[in-house]
Design a protein around this ligand. Structure first.
Ligand code: GDP
Ligand code: IMO
Ligand code: MG
Length: 438
């Protein structure tokens, strides 16, 4: 049995969708455990692009079960739109493929408005995706949220909407937005609730039973380590625990069930929205990375900020996630750059820092310390064996492995499924172990 968590090791958009799709071929169940439709996970299969915001990235494999855990915040509109689009494209033909936790919290229409009103009031300080993610998690932590199970108790649902709107409507009116009508919100939510009912169950019970039976489970993180509410660049973060530990709280499985954690990093760095980014490039090279890597948000379409790979930040990701391996994506994007830089330390206030600081104002003052490596000119997207990569490409990967002190288990050289060099596969390793110890 392998229970593997896949997490973004940077500021999101590392290629989690692609890597989860690849490993799903070997897993039985794929679970989203946090975040919501702020995520945009891209899969390119047979030249067809699918962007998933809520449904786990295993859904294109027809026999695999996809699970939305209790740690996710669920926008019912988006869920229904996404399931309909998948069905129209010939996927998700069997309802039993999707399971939704009855304990997940619901993103209500007023959460979206609150997100937008706050961003407008602060001049987009955080640069959220405006999907209502933060306000929904606020209500969860404040113990007044609407859970999926509440959708099937109309009196309780109505009371919760009434209570929340009594407090929020004056705020909306004061900020020039429309007040919400309790009955209209209630009717909209109840209509959606009936449609998702067949998928709703107790995910923790189901997952633990399946793990007991020896099934292979893949936990799919959303966002990235540096956007984690506790271990990221607070306050420029999202509102959930994006790190591997979130798989336990957001899926209802114990830490002892997890057998491995794979982090994903691009061969460079990107960030969408506000906040510190020490290795950011504001020059032509930054633009070149954006264009070559098609770095535009999969959810909001915003141009992503770009920069060199940051070893200090990645070491932090190795530590807080307990990474057992790293998947390196978008290596093809570096082709043709003569000198590739890797940030191995920061200088700030006359000192050299080797640990990633979680004080955003200190991080803003950090000057990266770089080491350089020679690049390569040959295209690599058609290469399928690590040993066939140009010598300098191999050197770059080996240097990352040595600086981070973890194995690079997968190298991605293009957006498509075949453009992948799988060096170690935790599911296959587990199967081999089982076969040799019957
Ligand atoms: P996620 O949020 O981590 O799933 O990542 P996104 O889907 O938001 O962004 C990653 C983008 O890079 C998507 O457009 C992918 O199709 C694309 N992609 C993934 N791996 C590679 C790769 O190795 N090379 C290139 N050129 N593109 C890739
Ligand atoms: P995936 O899963 C990149 C960023 C937003 C903003 C901050 C808070 O595709 O990697 P939020 O709407 O969550 O309150 O916004 O987090 N952000 C992401 N950046 N990829 C994502 O998801 C993100 N989800 C949120 O841009 O800076
Ligand atoms: Mg994304």
């Amino acid at each position: 049995m392998a229970v593997i968590v896949i997490v973004g090791a940077q500021w999101g958009d590392e290629g989690k969708g692609k890597v989860v799709d690849i490993y799903t071929g070997f897993a039985d169940i794929v679970v989203r455990y946090q975040g919501g439709n702020n995520a945009g996970h891209t899969l390119v299969v047979d030249d067809r692009k699918t962007v998933l915001h809520l449904i786990p990235s295993g859904i294109l494999h027809s026999g695999k079960r996809c699970v939305i855990g209790n740690g996710v915040v669920l926008d019912l509109n988006v869920l229904l739109e996404e399931t309909a689009a998948l069905r129209a494209a010939g996927h998700f033909q069997n309802d039993s493929q999707l399971v939704i936790s009855e304990h997940a919290h619901v993103i209500m229409p007023y959460h979206r408005s609150l997100d937008a009103a706050r961003e407008a009031a602060t001049g987009n300080r955080i640069g959220t995706t405006m999907r209502g993610i933060g306000p929904s998690y606020e209500d969860k932590i404040a113990r007044r949220g609407v859970r999926v199970m509440d959708l099937y108790d109309p009196a309780r649902l109505r009371a919760k909407i009434e209570e929340r709107l009594a407090e929020l409507n004056p705020y909306f009116v004061q900020h020039g937005a429309d007040a919400f009508d309790v009955q209209a919100v209630f009717d909209e939510i109840i209509a959606h609730a009936e449609r998702i009912k067949p998928f709703v169950s107790n995910v923790s019970v189901m997952l633990n039973e399946q793990i007991q039976k020896g099934r292979h489970v893949l936990f799919e993180g959303a966002q990235g380590t540096l956007l984690d509410i506790d271990h990221g660049t607070y306050p420029y973060v999202t509102s959930s625990n994006t790190i591997a530990g979130g798989a336990c709280t957001g899926g209802g499985v114990g830490p002892t069930a997890i057998t491995g954690v794979i982090g994903i990093s691009k061969a460079y760095t990107t960030r969408v929205g506000g906040g510190p980014f020490p290795t950011e490039l504001h020059d032509e090279l930054g633009k070149r990375l954006r264009e070559a890597g098609e770095e535009y948000g999969a959810t909001t379409g915003r141009p992503r900020r770009t920069g060199w790979i940051d070893i200090v930040a990645l070491r932090h990701a190795v530590r807080v996630n307990g990474l057992t391996g790293l998947a390196l994506t978008k290596l093809d994007v570096l082709q043709g750059i003569n000198e590739i830089k890797l940030c191995t330390g920061y200088k700030a206030d006359g000192q050299v820092l080797t640990e990633f600081p979680l004080d955003s104002s200190l991080l803003e003052r950090c000057e990266p310390v770089y080491e350089s490596m020679a690049g390569w000119n040959q295209p690599i997207s058609d290469i399928r064996e690590f040993d066939d990569l140009p010598a300098n490409t191999q050197r770059y990967v080996n240097q990352l492995e040595s600086l981070l002190d973890i194995p690079i288990v997968l190298v991605s050289v293009g957006a498509g499924r075949p453009q992948t060099i799988v060096r170690r596969n935790p599911f296959r390793d587990e199967r081999k172990k089982r076969d040799s110890n019957p």
